[in-house]
Design a protein around this ligand. Structure first.
Ligand code: NAP
Ligand code: ZN
Length: 360
């Protein structure tokens, strides 16, 4: 049975992102019979956690517990929940609830991740009707609506499954939706947590050629070992933008900088190619895009948000079937403050995953 009061790493102000979270108690959302309580064993560390700890996107409703790549054991299951039993190994991604009624055009067509009526993030959201706040996975327990709680397929370790729940699906979804398949060439800009999944999933979906694109040359060996056919180091390879011009059908960008060389990235697209932005800069602004770059090449620029529940299930099964092996580095959850600082220093290769030794 889960406790009524939970404990976790609370960000109490912007300094949390500098390694200043405090361990403490918090009150989970009000229990509903559609919910599942999870005893957390693992939680991935995502770039979005940092934007939230620092109030980079918008003011965070502190105290806030971040972490939305959660895996653990279901310890309390609401009476309305059919697909999960107490004791199951389950996971939660970046979304904790949506409106889920027929009059929502998104929820009723399997696009819950785009619900504009009542979307609740796994952390940093306030539930309607005084149900409380959402708190994430740098913690001992989590409470989430069962529609957003997934059984982890056998064959996937908890440490490998955790970062797929946000980082994995955020690239899997736009790769699938934008025609990543045999015959296509795909570029991944930003070989970090999301980007490394991009290389793995683009290959798993059968792309002919996958190109990793990041700033420094020191990730070249890793990108090729992950399965990329080529790697571009934008800070070090001379003339990369002209040398690789019009070579890619699809680009997924995980970079979250207002200063990134976006027009050069767009120039890498073949005629009629597609660029999808998933990296989310503080403040939300992208660099200005030159209209002639879009017009001359006939290209499209779009975005994508995490993935819908059905896509998360499909991705987990694909990863289990194809034995996809992410590069994770397990870190003790008690070292969370040091881990956040290491993340901000760009050290993960390629995803840190907390292990909660109380529950493993
Ligand atoms: P991450 O592990 O830090 O990876 C980002 C990578 O971008 C870095 O490894 C960095 O690699 C590369 N990069 C290239 N140019 C950069 C620049 N000018 N400034 C900073 N980095 C640059 O972070 P992540 O967890 O993959 O998350 C990436 C972004 O996606 C975050 O903004 C996150 O909030 C967002 N996100 C969006 C969604 C969504 O639904 N759309 C979901 C999850 C996360 P190099 O140092 O090698 O260049
Ligand atoms: Zn995330």
């Amino acid at each position: 049975m889960a406790p009524t009061e939970f404990e976790g790493w609370l960000g109490v102000d912007k300094s949390a992102v500098k390694g200043n979270m405090k361990w403490g108690k918090f009150e989970p959302k009000k229990w509903a019979e559609d919910d599942v309580d999870i005893e957390i064993s693992h939680c991935g560390v995502c770039g979005s956690d940092m934007h939230t700890l620092s109030s980079g996107w918008m003011p965070t409703p502190y105290p806030s517990v971040v972490g939305h790549e959660i895996v653990g054991k279901a310890v309390r299951v609401g009476s309305n929940v059919k697909h999960i039993k107490t004791g199951d190994r389950v996971g939660v991604g970046a979304q904790a609830r949506s409106y889920m009624k027929k009059d929502c055009p998104d929820c009723s067509s399997g696009l819950e991740n785009h619900c504009a009526i009542e979307s609740v993030n796994t952390y940093g959201s306030v539930y309607p009707n005084n149900e409380g706040k959402s708190y994430g996975g740098y913690a001992d327990h989590n409470r989430t609506n069962a529609h957003f709680v997934f059984k982890i397929p056998e064959g996937l370790s908890s440490a490998d499954a955790a970062p797929m729940l946000c980082g994995g699906v955020t690239v899997y979804s736009p790769l699938k939706a934008n025609g990543c398949r045999p015959g296509k060439t795909v570029g991944k800009v930003g070989v970090g947590g999301l980007g490394h999944f991009g290389v793995l999933f683009a290959k798993a979906l059968g792309a002919d050629r996958v190109v990793g694109i990041s700033r420094k040359a020191d990730k070249r060996k890793d990108a090729l070992a992950l399965g990329a056919d080529e790697y571009i180091a934008t800070s070090e390879d001379a003339d990369w933008a002209t040398k690789h011009m019009r070579s890619l059908d699809l680009i997924i960008s995980t970079v979250s900088s207002e200063k990134m060389p976006m027009n050069d990235y767009l120039g890498l697209l073949k005629t009629k190619g597609t660029y999808i932005q998933v990296g989310a800069p503080d403040g939300g602004n992208l660099p200005p895009v030159n209209a002639f770059t879009l017009i001359a090449n006939g290209i499209k620029v779009g975005g994508s948000a995490i993935g819908a529940p059905r896509e998360i299930e499909e991705m987990l099964q694909l990863a289990a079937d194809k034995k996809i092996k992410p590069w994770v580095q397990e870190r003790p959850m008690e070292d969370a403050n040091k881990v956040v600082v290491d993340f901000e220093d760009g050290k993960p290769r390629y995803r840190y995953v907390f292990v909660n030794k109380k529950h493993t």
